[in-house]
Design a protein around this ligand. Structure first.
Ligand code: NAP
Length: 274
C-alpha cells in the first residue's frame, strides 16, 4: 500500500505558533506555511514577527502577528480569540515559547528564577491549552503540540529548574491527550535535544562546552531548528491522526544511551576482552 504525501499536507488548516519570532518556533511557522497552513505568529518582538509574517505571505499563506507575553493569561486569551476571529478557526497550537533563564547550581537558584521558569514554560502552556482547548473541543478537532526538552526526560544538573518544568510539560501532554481524545483533539510533545538557537548560543559558541555536551550525543552534532520541523508537521497533520499523548524525541540518540559516550570512548582505544 502506498502512503499518499497528502496525508502530511496542512492545506486549509490554521495554526498558532508561540515564540515564532526566532529559533525553533520561527522554523515551525515557516514549515507550516509551506505545508499549506495560515499561521498566527506570536511573541513579544513585533518587528521580528513582521519579518516572519512577510515570509509566510510570500509562501501564499495568510499571517497574523500577535504581540503577547505568554505568561499573562489575559493576553493569551485575547491572542487565541484574535486568531479565531482573523483566521476563522484554530486547528493547530504549538506551545513553543520557552527557555531556562539561567544555567547554574541548584543552590544558586533564586525564587525569581524558579517563578520565571514556571511562568514561561508551564503557566504559558496551561493558559494556551485552556484558551485554545475550549475552541478545539467545541470544534471537535485540533492538534496541540507542546515543545518539551530532553531535559525533562532525565535529571539535568545545572538546569534543574528547567528540567522540572519540562518534565511537567510532558506530563500535562499525556493527561490532556487522554482527557480530550474522545473530543477529537490530539495533544503531543516534541522533545528536542541540543539545537543551535539564541537560547543555546552561549553553549554552542564555546568550543569546550560544546564539545563536552556533544560527548553525550551519539550523532555527534548540534541540531538545527529545521531538524525539528518534520515532527511538528507530522503531528499537526492527518498522518498522525491516531497519535496522541506521545513524546517524539529528536536528540541524535542522546536519551537512548546510558553511559554510552564513555563506552564509545573506551572502545575507540581498541577491543576489550572480558
Ligand atoms: N534550543 C534548544 O537546544 C532546545 C532544546 C530543547 C527544547 N527547546 C525548547 O524549544 C523552545 C524554543 O526554544 P529556542 O531554542 O527556539 O529558543 P529561542 O531562540 O530563545 O526562542 C524563544 C522564542 O520564545 C519567545 N518568547 C520568549 N519569552 C516569551 C514570552 N514571555 N512571551 C512570548 N514569547 C516569548 C521569543 O520571542 P520574544 O523574545 O520576541 O518574545 C522567541 O520567539 C523552548 O520551549 C525551549 O525550551 C530548545
Amino acid at each position: 500500500m502506498s502512503v499518499p504525501l497528502s496525508l502530511f499536507s496542512l492545506e486549509g488548516r490554521t495554526a498558532l505558533v508561540t515564540g515564532a519570532s526566532r529559533g525553533i518556533g520561527r522554523a515551525i511557522a515557516l514549515a507550516y506555511a509551506e505545508a499549506g497552513a495560515d499561521v498566527a505568529l506570536l511573541a513579544r518582538s513585533t518587528d521580528a514577527l513582521r519579518e516572519v509574517a512577510e515570509l509566510v505571505e510570500k509562501l501564499g499563506r495568510q499571517a497574523v502577528v500577535l504581540t503577547c507575553d505568554v505568561g499573562e493569561e489575559d493576553q493569551v486569551r485575547a491572542a487565541v480569540a484574535d486568531t479565531v476571529s482573523q483566521l476563522g478557526r484554530l486547528d493547530v497550537l504549538v506551545n513553543n515559547a520557552g527557555g531556562f533563564g539561567f544555567a547554574g547550581p541548584f543552590l544558586d537558584l533564586r525564587a525569581e528564577d524558579w517563578a520565571r521558569a514556571i511562568r514561561l514554560n508551564l503557566d504559558s502552556v496551561v493558559y494556551f491549552c485552556r484558551a485554545a482547548g475550549r475552541v478545539m473541543v467545541r470544534q471537535g478537532s485540533g492538534s496541540v503540540i507542546n515543545i518539551g526538552s530532553v531535559s525533562g526526560v532525565g535529571g539535568v544538573p545545572m538546569l534543574s529548574h528547567y528540567a522540572a518544568v519540562k518534565a511537567a510539560t510532558a506530563s500535562l501532554t499525556r493527561s490532556l491527550a487522554a482527557e480530550w481524545a474522545a473530543s477529537g483533539v490530539r495533544v503531543n510533545c516534541v522533545v528536542p535535544g541540543w539545537i543551535t538557537t539564541e537560547l543555546t548560543k552561549a553553549m554552542s559558541g564555546q568550543q569546550e562546552i560544546s564539545d563536552g555536551l556533544l560527548r553525550a550525543v551519539p550523532a555527534g552534532r548540534w541540531g538545527d531548528p529545521e531538524d525539528v520541523v518534520g515532527a511538528a508537521v507530522y503531528l499537526a497533520s492527518d498522518a498522525a491522526k491516531l497519535t496522541t499523548g506521545s513524546c517524539l524525541t529528536l536528540d541524535g540518540g542522546m536519551t537512548s544511551t546510558i553511559g554510552g559516550p564513555t563506552l564509545v570512548d573506551l572502545l575507540a582505544m581498541g577491543r576489550i576482552e572480558v
